[in-house]
Design a protein around this ligand. Structure first.
Ligand code: GLP
Length: 232
């Protein structure tokens, strides 16, 4: 695990963008998993400003709320379109986002895993961190051997996200599992904000603990953490 500590958001966002762009320079047809939340907003804005052609990149997202169509402003598909894809020259055929409104979520999960496999597996999983240590929507106690599946969101995650998104979010999510995240050839974990202090400490303690899903990344061979200097 490598950690870069950043003194301000300008440093944080540009280091994150540099990391993604370096991976893209090595492999222009990169297969990427994208997070939502406040933390990656600066990264997205940086990527949109850099003069890079993402034509060949294949994009997936980490998670979605069950029951929401991509046109729903609460959905993560909407968030990514609004904050990242809009105006970027990205072929629609290279974007596969989870459908929270799929009629059969088991079929959707299997189809999603197949799409990731057919793309050659994830090259880069970009992750945020929940205050309770969740990564994507893998909540405390989640099994570490799972691919895409449906989850019940914790009260804490629901409350935080409802407040952040200005509306009550659904109680169920569909998420890449920890096995999928761990199988990514590189992981970029973005940690910003005082509420993440304890979860980051759990990671830095070096002990794998299923109650802190982020610690499932401890033995990942290519984990880069970018974190606020204030959390050091
Ligand atoms: C949500 C997402 C996570 C994200 C987390 C942190 O729960 N499902 O993937 O990492 O929020 O969000 P933020 O960056 O806003 O703190």
């Amino acid at each position: 695990m490598l950690i870069q500590w950043c003194k301000d958001s300008a440093c944080f966002d540009s280091r994150a963008a540099d990391h993604v762009l370096a991976a893209h320079a090595r492999k222009p047809d990169l297969v990427v998993a994208l997070p939502t939340g406040r933390t990656p907003l600066g990264l997205y804005s940086q990527l949109r400003q850099r003069p890079v052609c993402f034509d060949r990149v294949r994009w997936f997202n980490l998670d979605e709320y069950v029951g929401l169509a991509p046109v729903d402003p609460l959905s993560y598909a909407y968030f990514l379109r609004d904050n990242f894809f809009r105006g970027l020259s990205v072929p629609l055929t290279n974007i596969r986002l989870l459908r929270g409104d799929a009629p059969d979520l088991l079929v959707e999960s299997e189809d999603y895993d197949r799409a990731i496999q057919q793309a050659g597996g994830l090259d880069l999983a970009i992750l945020g961190l929940g205050a309770n240590g969740h990564i994507a929507f893998n909540e405390p106690g989640a099994r570490w051997n799972r691919a895409t599946h449906v989850v019940e969101l914790s009260e804490q995650t629901r409350a935080t996200n409802s407040e952040q998104q200005g509306n009550t979010v659904p109680g169920l999510g569909i998420t890449m599992g920890i096995a999928t995240l761990r199988s990514a050839r590189q992981v970029l974990l973005l940690v910003s904000g005082e509420t993440k202090r304890t979860a980051l400490q759990a990671l830095l303690s070096g002990y794998p603990d299923p109650q802190w899903p982020v610690t499932s990344l401890l033995d990942h061979p290519a984990l880069m953490v970018i974190a606020d200097e204030g959390l050091r």
